[in-house]
Design a protein around this ligand. Structure first.
Ligand code: HEC
Length: 142
């Protein structure tokens, strides 16, 4: 009798464990499916231009300017995100820096197509505040 009770409670435990496992799998699948639509605005990954920019940024810029443009990786590499001063400069100046480099920055985007530098700049500007984007001079598409 005691044995039978143990069996019942064991199988109950197993059912609960199974439900929990399926529950976790379900939650995992839901999170995986909605993942591209959450995250920080404009970095969300739904936009192909931003995605292209991210791929380029990660490959060519992140080593010095930080994975999220926060700087501090290589000395003297300024922040490119909202904490930096980049939004004080026009697109032409920023593109010139990317294409020709500067004092301590190689000409990283020298061979990039217009489409590539536009994607890169769009991605970086996704880090700025809406206000910074609004007041920046020479915005892309103007
Ligand atoms: C080897 C390190 C290094 C890499 C790689 C690099 N940068 Fe820089 N970047 C710097 C440094 C250092 C500066 C500061 C100015 C200078 O020395 O030219 C700078 C400055 C800048 C500026 C000017 C920021 C401002 O406040 O006006 C921009 C824009 C910029 N980088 C964008 C990029 C982009 C986009 C990439 C990738 C295509 C990139 N950088 C790759 C080191 C780097």
């Amino acid at each position: 009798m005691a044995n039978r009770r143990r069996q019942v409670s064991e199988s109950k435990g197993r059912t609960i464990a199974m439900l929990l496992t399926f529950g976790l799998i379900f939650v995992g699948v839901v999170v995986f499916v909605i993942r591209p639509t959450v995250g920080t605005p404009s970095q969300a990954g739904a936009d192909p231009v931003t995605n292209k920019g991210k791929v380029l940024y990660d490959a060519y810029c992140a080593a010095c300017h930080g994975a999220n443009g926060e700087a501090g990786v290589v000395p003297n590499s300024p922040a490119l995100n909202a904490d930096g001063e980049m939004w004080h400069r026009s697109d032409e100046e920023l593109l010139a820096q990317m294409r020709h480099g500067g004092e301590n920055m190689p000409a990283m985007a020298a061979d990039f197509t217009d489409e590539q530098v536009t994607a890169l700049l769009t991605y970086i500007k996704g880090w700025w505040t809406p206000k910074q984007r609004a007041v920046q001079i020479g915005d892309i598409g103007e």
